[in-house]
Ligand binder design. Structure first.
Ligand SMILES: NC(=O)c1ccc[n+]([C@@H]2O[C@H](COP(=O)([O-])OP(=O)(O)OC[C@H]3O[C@@H](n4cnc5c(N)ncnc54)[C@H](OP(=O)(O)O)[C@@H]3O)[C@@H](O)[C@H]2O)c1
Length: 224
């Protein structure tokens, strides 16, 4: 594998897919700045540096933006996301606060973060956002996961608006597959390494992306 060059900011990298992406990208040659909510709980393996941010806290986003004033990233990947305690709860039985918590963290906060950091992208740089195939409206034939699906569909919509506002920035919306993490659970078919290595490959293939694309871990396009 030829070494890649580039600087990446990985947001939400304390565990699961975020931590896996730090390893996968750094192994390929990327210089990775990883963010976590609580640095006392440790740093993801492979990170060149670790920063602290909770994407639901605008003051923390602003502080990070200030700390990284001199940095220019070829990739900013917001991986952070949350699910509900019981994802099978239909929306009419879901608590409003829980549905809004998902909407905030999964849909609004990633775009607020991307907007704040648009000026920290290097020329030709790309924003990646972790969505899910469950956010595909076209693929929703079975229902279920209502609050989560709606939050990721909203992320996709807001990402397209972000791309429309920033014509020069490529926006890659990714589905990692169903992966064995705290969120994905032990029955998921993919392990973190397989998913994140494949996503790193997809990112390499999509460098220089113009506009917006919604793809899975194998770089296959997903219907909106
Ligand atoms: N696993 C799957 O099968 C699957 C499938 C489709 C999509 N996804 C998406 O992939 C992403 C990562 O999922 P995962 O499976 O790795 O989940 P995970 O193991 O539950 O990890 C979630 C990560 O997000 C961080 N996070 C949550 N809220 C945050 C906030 N407000 N600010 C900053 N960081 C925050 C967590 O940090 P803390 O450690 O501080 O809590 C943790 O690093 C999510 O967006 C998820 O929706 C996962």
């Amino acid at each position: 594998m030829a070494k890649e060059t580039g600087r990446a900011l990985l947001v939400g990298a304390s565990r699961g897919l975020g931590a896996g992406l730090v390893s996968a990208l750094s192994a390929r040659g990327w210089d990775v700045t990883a963010t976590v909510r609580d640095p006392k709980r440790g740093a993801p393996e492979g990170a060149a540096s670790v920063e602290r941010v909770d994407i639901d806290e605008p003051a923390q986003i602003e502080a990070l933006h200030g700390r990284l004033a001199d940095a220019r990233f070829d990739l900013i990947f917001v991986v952070a996301g949350v699910s509900t305690a019981d994802p099978t709860t239909p929306i009419h039985r879901e608590s409003l606060s829980e549905a809004l918590r998902l909407y905030r963290t999964n849909a609004i906060s990633p775009i607020v973060f991307a907007e704040a950091f648009a000026d920290r992208l290097a020329p030709g740089g790309m924003v990646a956002l972790m969505s899910s195939t469950l956010g595909s409206i076209g693929r929703n034939t079975d229902g279920g996961y209502d609050a989560y699906r709606a939050s990721k569909a909203a992320l996709n919509m807001l990402a397209r608006s972000f791309a429309a506002r920033h014509k020069g920035i490529g926006v890659l919306i990714m589905h990692p597959g169903w992966v064995r993490t705290d969120m994905g659970g032990p029955q998921a078919p993919l392990d973190v390494e397989t998913s994140t290595n494949a996503m790193a490959e997809a990112i390499a293939a999509r460098r220089g992306l113009q506009g917006v694309a919604f793809v899975d871990w194998e770089n296959k396009e997903i219907p909106w």
